[in-house]
Design a protein around this ligand. Sequence first.
Ligand code: NAI
Length: 462
Amino acid sequence: MSNYDVIIIGAGPGGYVSAIRCAQLGLKTAVVEGRDTLGGTCLNVGCIPSKALLHASHMLHEAEHNFAAMGLKGKSPSVDWKQMQSYKDDVIGQNTKGIEFLFKKNKIDWIKGWATIPAAGKVQVGDDVYEAKNIVIATGSEPASLSGVEVDEKIVVTSTGALELGKVPKKLVVIGAGVIGLEMGSVYARLGAEVTVIEYLKNITPGMDVEVSKAFARSLKKQGLKFIMGAAVQSVSATKTKAKVRYKLLKNDSIAELDADIVLLATGRKPFTAGLGLEALGVALSDRGQVKTDAHWATNIAGIYAIGDAIDGPMLAHKAEDEGMAVAEVMAGKAGHVNYSVIPAVVYTNPEVASVGQTEEQLKEAGRAYKVGKFPFMGNGRAKAMFAGEGFVKILVDQSTDRILGAHILGPNAGEMIHEICVAMEFGASAQDIAMTCHAHPTCSEAVREAALACGDGAIHV
Ligand code: NAI
């Protein structure tokens, strides 16, 4: 059978990006992927299709709520769900075919099927055994289950089923106010569903800067999403057309029920490593099922590496991509590096939420002396022209050095604007460095500069 320098298992953002970098560095590379298309969860049933539906439903929201005020009169568009689905599928197809093209361009072999690792240096797919100097596990993650909740991907769905419902539900109950629950909840709320989110904790999006999380919750409530906070879902009973969600309110242990047409289970994801044969091989796993790696993504078995959602850290496509490039460099004898303290996180709702670095709560807990610079989008002319004056930019800096420690944005294009701060943090910049940088007017990014100014002598437009 063929011999390779590297075989990567999984063609998601971690695996395919790693493969391209390996090939660029002169390594003979193959990727094993069992799906019919490349791109993994992100491109096929995750990031990309959800962004298509978020975009389409945002356009509808604009037409319904803001067009008339701008002098754009006429009947609001109605939803052709079948066409919206085919638009979404077309976006997926363009992206997955793009990766196939990149594989051909870089002479990367796609081995179709599901892999096992019978021994170090060997990858088996069906009856074929391939040899490789190095193997990279990039198998990603799958939805975590919740006891008492049986997923059928029709009435009780995960994010996968939520992307291809037969129709827009009248009543959608979302379990978990994390990123998936809020993004998909927003889509269906905009398309006309009554959406109720049940969350165990007292704030939405755990881990987010609490001030931002609270403002975000207020914004989503204004858009019509309902929240039941401090409630643990205990079970879901479903028929072929309806479901009943049973939950316990933690403040008084009372039990309540909610009817739904569709229930979305969005209580987290877990590493997808079953079937690889890792236990038999003796690859060390954490008690959460993550493949244990060292600082260079090496497992305890020589020649086997792991990256992305299968290992520790935030389950984000761009974190997996960075690890994929870095591990390729390590395998090619170079110094691969990922700066884990500067990994942005974005929630693609409207307004968007983006953050990087530390939250105010983390700084308090670490006993760090810090300053806060904030600026509201209401003071930004461009945002107001876009009906997007909601939200703010918040920058956290070291009190004595002014070095940026974290930044959090709730507002228009937050997911694009955060990168200015990521670059600044990579360069070890101070808020003053951003404040002294000329920003084009009128742009939403001026709010970032204003927040940086607010860390020093003060913002101008408040
Ligand atoms: P999550 O971990 O973000 O949120 C899950 C929520 O469910 C938590 O708030 C938790 O307290 C709650 N919960 C757990 N058990 C519960 C129960 N019994 N009753 C009520 N609430 C309960 O998980 P999510 O949203 O499923 O996302 C999974 C992963 O995918 C995350 O790591 C996320 O970062 C990633 N992702 C990232 C996206 C992005 O970057 N835009 C988009 C989609 C997913």
